[in-house]
Design a protein. Structure first.
Length: 530
């Protein structure tokens, strides 16, 4: 285990400056604005915050503590942060990644308004985000010249979560995190196992996920280099600040990963944190060495463009799927522009899945995150590296600073809605000041997005009708750790190719794990989970 805190002992980390004085009248004005800006999602987010911050407190005590925290934020922290921040007269709801336009917008209708949908295809992909674009790319490389794929997207490519995120190629939810979320779920779905068996199985799940995530990250980098994609890729890691109370858990998570053979997740000291990020911390921080930053929308567009050049892939944007009928030897996919017959259908719809496939309601749970961006930001904030604290993620991309947070379940029909919270944005400005000191930032963009969570926070990859309807979903905010590799495996299965490893075995990733856990073919317990 390497802490990395002794190599830079000569570095003096400057401390954040003292807080500015804000008049009582200005504080009152800030409180009034915060109250007037509250919306329905703020109360949902408050529930999430209480459960996360005070997990062991009875609800009256937890909410009492939250009320005190909220008052402190509204009277002190946020007013002081607002001395550093201004908002544009019109704050755009367009994510920063899409602000300069979408090169595949309204494709193919802009250039070919009389274009029609194909009558028959071998594969119909629903969704053109990380997963749909990855499917198009792999299909273009592996399918024969007479094998066709159509990708239909209800909006434009990367318009969903793939264009509204942090912009990180993550190794995924590190080993110990996956182990713990799966174990919690196994207590209910595999009550036939005693606790030690549940622990062993959760370790197996974590090891299988981590291996797939490692391969996924390497594949992403190799593809960017090979194809010479212009998507601002930089593999500089991801620093995650941890509090004093979280140090023991951090140590345990690193030790567990190393014992299972996964050493990417480690820790670094305050001086190394400052050197890498410009962030001020007092404790050891978690560090994912192999994580990278990139422009997520450019990644999606680049993959699709390769697919379109092959003539094996067609893209139809602003085409909403309204229903899918099993016709025996094919599926009839009904859209607002007409119907398409397909031998295989792949749902790459993530948080939108329950609206198309009702059997996944409650199993693929739309979960909202939000972000804001603008010009300026802390002078010490380093570019092109993943940065997060307990309640914030942040990054610098050129002259733009982005901040974000939240992980709140929303109703199925709210998937993809733009409903960012101004209170959360201002709270994040306070967190940014706490971690980096004073700065000047003008917020110009503010947006939200939804990702898909499963009850065990573990993805599903496979068929869900026992035939030829495939799905890749439930990536729990780690789509860049799953989508590219999972798409490769699904394409290989459809084409019956067996010359590459399949990293998503049905025993672990099969959709019946969620849909019918009693009859799911669970993995056998092994002596060595790694």
């Amino acid at each position: 285990m390497s802490a990395g805190s002794d190599s830079n002992m000569a570095i003096v980390v400057p401390q954040p400056p003292l807080r500015l004085q804000v008049s009582p009248l200005d504080r009152l004005r800030c409180v009034a604005r915060l109250i007037l800006e509250l919306r329905t999602h703020d109360f949902r987010a408050a529930r999430t915050f209480v459960r996360s911050r005070y997990p062991d407190s009875p609800w009256p005590i937890a909410w009492s503590r939250f009320t005190g925290w909220a008052l402190q934020q509204m009277w002190s922290t946020i007013p002081e942060a607002m001395t550093d921040v201004t908002f544009a007269d019109h704050v755009s709801r367009i994510p920063m990644w899409l602000a300069e336009g979408n090169p595949l917008a309204n494709h193919p209708w802009t250039e070919a308004p009389t274009q029609t949908l194909p009558i028959d295809v071998d594969v119909l992909v629903i969704g053109a985000g990380f997963t749909g674009a990855s499917l198009a790319y792999h299909w273009s490389k592996k399918a024969g010249s007479d094998q066709s794929m159509a990708v239909v997207e209800m909006d434009d490519p990367a318009s969903g979560a793939s264009g509204r995120n942090e912009g990180l190629v993550v190794m995924g939810r590190y080993y110990a995190m996956v182990r713990d979320t799966v174990k919690k779920s196994l207590a209910s779905v595999r009550s036939d196992l005693h606790e030690k068996q549940q622990q062993k199985m959760s370790e197996q799940f974590a090891a299988v996920y981590s291996r797939a995530a490692y391969r996924n990250a390497e594949m992403v980098e190799q593809t960017i280099r090979y194809e010479q994609f212009d998507c601002d890729y930089a593999r500089t890691g991801w620093v995650q600040a941890r509090t004093k109370d979280e140090q023991a858990k951090l140590d345990e998570s690193i030790c567990a990963g190393e014992q299972a053979g996964f050493s990417d997740w480690t820790k670094i000291g305050p001086q190394d944190v400052y050197t890498k990020t410009g962030m001020h911390v007092d404790e050891m921080a978690g560090f994912s060495r192999a994580a990278a930053s990139f422009h997520p929308a450019k990644w999606v567009w680049s993959l699709i463009k390769v697919g379109l050049k092959s003539n094996r892939v067609q893209l139809f944007t602003r085409t909403r799927v309204q229903g899918i009928k099993d016709m025996g030897d094919h599926y009839l996919v009904q859209t607002n522009r007409g119907s398409i017959r397909a031998k295989h259908v792949v749902s790459a719809t993530e948080s939108y899945t329950p609206m198309l496939h009702r059997q996944f309601s409650g199993l693929i749970q739309p979960t909202q995150t939000q972000a804001a961006s603008g010009k300026g930001g802390p002078e010490t904030l380093r570019p092109n590296i993943g940065i997060s604290g307990s309640w914030i993620f942040a990054g610098r991309h050129g002259t733009t600073t982005m901040i974000g947070s939240d992980s709140t379940r929303v109703p199925d029909h709210h998937a993809g809605r733009f409903q960012p919270s101004r209170f959360l944005t201002k709270f994040l400005c306070g967190e940014l000041k706490r971690l980096f000191g004073s700065y000047r930032l003008r917020i110009t963009h503010e947006w939200s997005g939804t990702v898909g969570y499963t009850p065990d926070e573990y993805p599903i990859v496979g068929t869900f009708d026992g035939k030829r309807q495939h799905i890749i979903a439930g990536m729990a905010g780690s789509g860049t750790a799953v989508s590219f590799n999972a798409a490769r495996c699904i394409v290989n299965r459809i084409l019956d190719l067996h010359d590459e490893p399949d990293d998503y075995p049905n025993a672990y990733f099969g959709p019946t794990r969620l849909l019918d856990p009693k009859h799911h073919s669970w993995p056998e317990l092994t002596s060595n989970p790694s």
